[in-house]
Design a binder for this molecule. Structure first.
Ligand code: 1GP
Length: 250
C-alpha cells in the first residue's frame, strides 16, 4: 500500500490525520532533531517538508534529518521543482487550481515528473486551493495568483469538484502559512460534503479546538506549521493529535 493510502486508512480508523509542516528555514540541525523526535512521540501521522519560498540552502539537509529522526511518512510540500528529493517517501504533486497561472497549474509538473519517476517517490495528486485570509501570504505572492474569496463557498465547491473530476487524489484548502484566519468551518463543511475525495485543511490553525472543529466539519487531514515556531507550543502537539483523532478521543 502506498503512502497516501496508508494515511487514508489511518485517518479512517482514527477519525482524522494530523500532519506537521516543517519549514526548512526555521530550525538549526540540533533543534530540528529534537523537534522531530518530540512531535513523533506524540503520535502525529506524517511530516510535510517544504515551503513557498525557502531562503536558506537547507532543504535537502532538512529532509535527511527529518527522515532519519522520524517514524512517520515524510512528504514533500513543494514550493517549486527545486524541492524534489529521494530522501522523502512521497511528494504532494500540487496543482494550484484556485489560480490561473499556467505554470502553477501544469508547468512545474512537467519538469518535475521525470525526476519524481527516477527518484521513485510517490506523487500525491493534490488540488491546491488558496483562500484569502486577511493579508497577502507568501504562497499568494510567490504563485502570482488570486486567492479564492472566503465568503463564496459555491466557488470553492466548484473548484474542488473539478479537481475530483480531473482525477486528483485530494484537495488542500489553504489559508496560507501564518494566516490571520484559518479556513472557516463552513467552507470545510461545504466542500467536503460536496466531493468524494479527501480534504486537507491548513494555514493559520493555532489551537487543537480549531483543528477538531475542522475535522468535525469534514476535513480528513489537518496541517499545522507556524504554531510550533514558538518552542513552548511543543506541548500542544499531543493535544493536536488527540483533537484530530476524533474517533480515539471523544
Ligand atoms: C501552510 O497549511 C500550512 O502551507 C500550515 O500553515 O504554518 O499557518 O500552520 P501554518
Amino acid at each position: 500500500m502506498g503512502v497516501f493510502n496508508q494515511l487514508l486508512e489511518k485517518a479512517r480508523l482514527k477519525g482524522g490525520g494530523y500532519l506537521v509542516l516543517i519549514d526548512p528555514d526555521t530550525r538549526s540541525a540540533v533543534e530540528l532533531k529534537k523537534f522531530v523526535r518530540e512531535i513523533c512521540s506524540c503520535g502525529i501521522d506524517a511530516i510535510l517538508v517544504g515551503g513557498s519560498l525557502i531562503i536558506g540552502a537547507g532543504f535537502h539537509e532538512t529532509l535527511e534529518i527529518v527522515k532519519a529522526e522520524s517514524n512517520v511518512p515524510v512528504i514533500i510540500f513543494p514550493g517549486s521543482v527545486a524541492q524534489v528529493s529521494h530522501r522523502a517517501d512521497a511528494v504532494l504533486y500540487i496543482s494550484l487550481i484556485s489560480g490561473r497561472n499556467p505554470n502553477a497549474l501544469f508547468g512545474e509538473h512537467v519538469i518535475a515528473a521525470p525526476a519524481i519517476r527516477k527518484l521513485g517517490i510517490e506523487p500525491i495528486s493534490t488540488g491546491y486551493m488558496l483562500f484569502e485570509s486577511g493579508r497577502t501570504t507568501t504562497a499568494e505572492f510567490m504563485s502570482n495568483t488570486r486567492p479564492l474569496p472566503i465568503n463564496k463557498p459555491e466557488i470553492a465547491m466548484a473548484h474542488a469538484l473539478a479537481a475530483q473530476y480531473m482525477g486528483m487524489s485530494t484537495v488542500y484548502l489553504e489559508a496560507g502559512s501564518g494566516a490571520e484566519r484559518s479556513i472557516p468551518d463552513q467552507i470545510v463543511k461545504a466542500v467536503s460534503g460536496y466531493i468524494d475525495i479527501p480534504v486537507i485543511v491548513g494555514g493559520g490553525i493555532r489551537s487543537p479546538q480549531e483543528a477538531r472543529a475542522k475535522v468535525e466539519a469534514g476535513a480528513t487531514f489537518i496541517v499545522t506549521g507556524n504554531v510550533y515556531d514558538d518552542d513552548s507550543n511543543i506541548k500542544l502537539a499531543q493535544e493536536f493529535v488527540r483533537a484530530v483523532h476524533v474517533k480515539e478521543h471523544f
